[in-house]
Design a protein around this ligand. Structure first.
Ligand code: NAD
Length: 253
């Protein structure tokens, strides 16, 4: 049967890899992103893979824009099987100087935006008899550097939102899980005008037990697993994909 995946922030970076991997797996994709130029580039790639896709410029912090996206998506594709809440921003800076507007914006995009999109998706999935929601959190939900309060709080909130929604939506056949990326290199997954060739030092690589920095493909693979029937008994979980960085104990010498 034809399947549809919706990806927020899917025009660049991790979300772009997720969208393209879902296309390769036979899904039709609907992508919402604030960057129109990047969205148009992505749609060309979707077409060159022989896939079907739609792109809409959407700020996930704006409920009316999200509602419009879901209406157009459901009118055009008729269903939604997977929602990947990937859109996210940082705005890191010294805590004592952080303007409240910055804190609010990060929470509104990363956490509230995820709730708004999930509510829309879950209403359609309930009517269909099931679906999958995936929230892209971060290892920064679990550990921190200084000056990351808004981002870390938004991602910690996403883990709680994940288990809460898994319990609420389970009776409708909807599974909800989080994927927490560690250090994922996205420089070569930006729109053409911003694309850079990534360079990593030996030190960058060796911080990871896996011996390398992560790629968007690592996260896309986790999403495809969690979206598939092989993960049919997995819900409310957080899958950390970080090359082992968060389990490595560090002693200062
Ligand atoms: P990115 O900046 O490369 O791409 C993010 C995309 O989201 C962009 O296309 C951007 O235009 C879009 N976007 C931003 N704000 C939006 C909004 N309000 N509404 C809709 N779209 C919006 O980012 P990335 O590194 O690929 O990160 C993707 C997700 O993964 C984020 O949630 C991020 O927090 C998370 N993450 C990334 C890393 C990493 O190392 N790259 C690590 C942990 C978690």
């Amino acid at each position: 049967m034809r399947k549809v995946a919706a990806v927020t922030g899917g025009a660049q970076g991790i979300g772009k890899a997720v969208a393209l991997e879902f296309v390769k797996a036979g899904y039709e994709v609907s992508v919402a992103d604030t960057d129109k130029e990047a969205g148009m580039e992505l749609m060309e790639q979707v077409r060159s893979l022989g896939g079907k896709g739609m792109f809409l410029p959407v700020d996930v912090a704006e409920e009316t824009e999200v509602q419009r996206w879901f209406k157009l998506m459901l009118d055009d594709f008729g269903r939604i099987d997977v929602l990947v809440n990937n859109a996210g921003i940082g705005m890191n800076g010294p805590m004592l100087e952080l303007p409240l507007e910055s804190f609010d914006r990060v929470i509104n995009v990363n956490l509230r935006g995820t709730f708004v999109c999930s509510q829309q998706a879950a209403r359609a999935m309930k009517r269909q008899g099931g679906g999958v929601i995936l929230n892209i959190a971060s290892t920064r939900a679990l550990m921190s550097e200084a000056g990351t309060e808004a981002y870390s709080a938004s991602k910690g909130g996403l883990l709680a939102l994940t288990h809460a929604m898994a319990v609420s939506l389970g009776p409708y056949g909807i599974r909800v899980n989080a994927v927490s990326p560690g250090w994922i290199e996205t420089a070569d997954w930006q729109k053409a005008s911003n694309r850079r060739h990534p360079v990593h030092s030996e030190r960058d690589r060796l911080q990871h037990p896996a011996g390398r920095v992560g790629t968007p493909a690592d996260i896309a693979a986790a999403c495809l697993y969690l979206a598939g029937n092989g993960a049919g008994f997995v819900t409310g979980q957080n899958l950390v994909v970080d090359g082992g960085m968060t389990v490595k104990m560090i002693y200062e010498e």
